[in-house]
Ligand binder design. Sequence first.
Ligand code: HEM
Length: 135
Amino acid sequence: MNAPVPDATEPQIAELVRRFYHSARADGELGPLFEAAIGDWDGHLRTVADFWSHVLLGTRRYQGSPYQAHTHLPLQPAHFERWLALFRQAAGETLPPAAAERVIARAEHMAESFKAGLFAFPGRKGPLLAHPVKP
Ligand code: HEM
């Protein structure tokens, strides 16, 4: 695991999460996805703040599995670009530069792994190779 980023604080992390969800819920594409999936907003914001606190400060309150939380959602690749754009903006506005850099890098990396897991073979119905190589 990366070393803690010492200049980030829990209130800044809470503000990052608050600001990100403020714009994500207002977003035409992402808003409806979030509204449909999340019932307990206070609980969700706490969970996500715990996740970023783990990333930045090495705390251990977050015990979840982020990828699993996304497998049942109707996500499209373009949603990730939008998500990252809003997240980069919220991070830049709420965290010191080194901490913003750390969370953005982590989010970008996770977005790539989520996409690899969720969209590896879009629309695939048959075998892996459409035109199998002849022996
Ligand atoms: C297409 C973009 C994304 C959308 C629409 C989205 C949406 C959601 C939703 C609706 C949940 C709640 C799931 C539930 O409670 O059943 C969730 C959880 C979460 N998301 Fe995302 N997400 C996206 C991308 C990302 C990315 C790139 C990250 C990287 C940091 C991330 C981190 C998390 C975390 C940490 C949770 C909490 C998981 C838990 O409950 O343990 N999400 N997301």
